[in-house]
Design a protein around this ligand. Structure first.
Ligand code: KIV
Length: 269
């Protein structure tokens, strides 16, 4: 197994930063296995996110909480091995980054065994982000709806509708950038708030249910292919509806993100 031969030709964090500076939107989809990884890569998707959403769409759980580090390593490696160009970001799962030291050990596994180029973690865990970045590990932050905190949040709800909460999300976004993160996912926040954050930060923002003004977009692959078992979230779109193959649907998504035609206002808050 050589996880890194192709990674040498893959996009890097510098390429993603340059895309933001050039005003080029970043396309991202979740991926969990080698076949979809190769297909998404062929279709031109810039970033493959091995999301812990796999707990819901692959494993059939009702949340992401049961997903383990070894699940993440397994799926990350399957994706990393099969892609050529796309940048690979892998989620640190629930309760795997409570301290900087724990985060380092687990992020190292995602990179060494799972071929991740960057790890993603939820919330403004500034000490953890600083520590990982100091050890040479690129970090993607995640604000807004935090699925790993669903029990504390009391459900999967839009975050940042009230002024005080919106100010907190904006302040956290700035602190996450200052702590050294290179990318920031914004999930289920009002489009106006996401636009302001994207404008203030120099690192790229990747939105999901966060409006068209983010620097890039991500969707859960199975939602946009309309094969998830649960109800498709309002912010997602069925790209299979007008496509004759999965690859065509993914190409349509990629083009819609690049041309800022997705998300439309009906997919935003
Ligand atoms: O786990 C996941 O797929 C994610 C996306 C929803 C951003 O974190």
């Amino acid at each position: 197994m050589n996880l890194y031969a192709d990674a040498l030709k893959a996009l890097t964090i510098s390429d993603l930063a340059a895309m933001k500076r050039a005003g080029e939107k970043i396309s991202c989809l979740t991926a969990y296995d080698a076949s979809f990884s190769a297909l998404l890569d062929r279709a031109g998707i810039d970033v493959l996110l091995i999301g812990d959403s796999l707990g819901m769409v692959i494993q059939g759980h009702g949340s992401t909480l049961p997903v383990t580090l070894s699940d993440m390593v397994y799926h990350s490696r399957s994706v990393a091995m099969a892609r050529k160009r796309a940048f690979v970001v892998t989620d640190l799962p629930f309760a795997s980054y409570a301290t900087p030291e724990q985060a380092l050990l687990n992020a190292a596994s995602l990179m060494q065994l799972g071929g991740a180029q960057m790890v993603k973690l939820e919330g403004a865990k500034l000490d953890v982000i600083r520590f990982l970045v100091d050890q040479g590990i690129p970090v993607c932050g995640h604000l807004g709806l935090l699925p790993q905190s669903v029990n504390r949040l009391g459900g999967y709800k839009v975050q940042g509708r009230e002024e005080q909460q919106a100010k907190q999300i904006l302040a956290d976004a700035e602190k996450i950038e200052q702590a050294g993160a290179s990318l920031l996912v914004l999930e289920c926040v009002p489009a106006q708030l996401a636009a302001e954050i994207s404008q203030r930060l120099s690192i790229p923002t990747i939105g999901i249910g966060a409006g068209v003004d983010c620097d890039g977009q991500v969707l859960v692959l199975y939602d946009m292919l309309n094969i998830s078992t649960g109800k498709r979230p309002r912010f997602s779109k069925d790209f299979m509806a007008d496509a004759s193959s999965i690859e065509e649907a993914v190409r349509h998504y990629h083009q819609a993100v690049k041309s800022a035609q997705f998300p439309a206002s009906e997919h935003s808050y």
